[in-house]
Every structure is written in C-alpha cells, then in structure tokens.
Design a binder for this molecule. Structure first.
Ligand code: ADP
Length: 187
C-alpha cells in the first residue's frame, strides 16, 4: 500500500486553502486520521488555524522548518495537509515523497508563482513529483477573466521587480490578476 501527493496551486484568492480544508474534512468524514501543518515565522509548535478568505477554518500546527513535520507526525496519521507550502524550505519535497512512499496521502497547497510571476520556493519541485495537480484560478480584479497571478501593490501601486519576495510589516496588498493585467515594473 502506497500513498500519493496531491498539489493545489494558484494565485492568492484562488481558493487553495478552501480546497485544502475541503479535502481534509472529507478525509475526516471517512474516519481517516489527519494532521495539518503550516509555516510560521515566530510561533513555533503552536496550534493555530488554516483560515480561508471565505472564513472556513481547520486546526493546523505551525512549523518553522519542514523537518518538524516528521517530528510532530503522529504514528496513526493517514492524511497530511500542508498549507502555504511555498514558504517552507526545499526539504519539504523529499519529506512529502518519503511520506507518500510510506503510505500517506499528502495534500499540499500553495502559491506556484511569486508576485513577479516566477516559480515560488519548493512548489515547482513538488508539482513535478506529485501524482495529482490542480492549478486553480481566482477572478481578475481588473477584467473578471480567470486570474492565475498575484499582483503586489505598495501604497496602491504595482510593486517593482527588485523588491524582496517576502515583505515584513509593509503597507502592501495583493490582488488576483490575469496575465494581461499583471504588472511588475522594472527600472
Ligand atoms: P487562497 O488560499 O488561494 O488564497 P482562499 O481559499 O483563502 O484562497 O480564499 C478563496 C476565497 O477568496 C473565495 O471563495 C472568495 O470568497 C474570496 N475572494 C476574494 N477575492 C477574490 C477574487 N478576486 N477571486 C476569487 N475569489 C476571491
């Protein structure tokens, strides 16, 4: 008996967390033992919630490195969920592979692209090794077409290419945008 890897990717607001929560709930209904993990910067080992933009939530364990998935994994867990997988280190790729080899179902959700529309963290490698991939879209805030990109805005203006991928405490906001309306100025 082997497991497998499922990956759910898309821009912000595409419903990745919603979909992760839906899959984990259905596993619970089938009486499978689940554990959900999410990256945290400061609250190590604390229990928190994975919350979707439409208000759904499920309990999740905050981890500061992907190694902690192995440390905190219960022996009887059958399905693991990982949200915001793009923020974890590259080790998450072989950890997911090993868990799937051992018989677990691994559901990972996260951003496939950063605000520049470039591949984000470990997500591309996870997409490559997954059995099942869902690339989902949001609604473009400019035109209503399917949006597969995340627009970063700083004080309402498109963020420049050279800005860091992860901003701390800035007055930034994000919008889902299509290819046409996604803007990353370079100087
Ligand atoms: P993600 O995890 O991909 O950021 P969530 O699951 O947290 O997405 O949120 C999805 C929800 O976001 C949608 O059900 C909807 O209520 C809301 N939403 C807000 N803005 C948009 C948008 N531009 N397109 C689609 N959904 C949006």
């Amino acid at each position: 008996h082997h497991g497998w890897i499922e990956v759910v990717v898309g821009p912000m607001y595409s419903g990745k967390s919603e979909e992760l929560i839906r899959r984990m709930r259905r596993a619970q209904i089938a009486k499978q033992k689940i554990q959900v993990f999410k990256p945290a910067i400061d609250n190590r080992y604390s229990v928190d919630y994975v919350v979707s933009h439409n208000g759904e939530k499920i309990q999740g364990i905050c981890i500061s490195s992907s190694e902690e998935i192995l440390e905190l994994l219960d022996e009887d867990t059958e399905v693991i969920g990982i949200d915001e997988v793009q923020f974890l280190d590259e080790d998450v790729v072989h950890i997911c592979r090993d868990l799937a080899n051992k018989g677990l179902r691994v559901v990972a959700a996260g951003l496939d692209m950063d605000f520049r529309a470039e591949p984000f963290g470990p997500t591309p490698k996870l997409l490559a090794i997954a059995e099942f991939v869902d690339k989902i879209t949001a609604v473009c805030m400019e035109c209503g077409n399917p949006a597969n990109r995340t627009q970063r805005l700083i004080d309402g203006k498109p963020a420049k290419y050279d800005e860091p991928t992860i901003l701390v405490g800035a007055t930034e906001s994000y919008e889902a945008r299509c290819r046409l309306h996604h803007d990353v100025p370079r100087d």
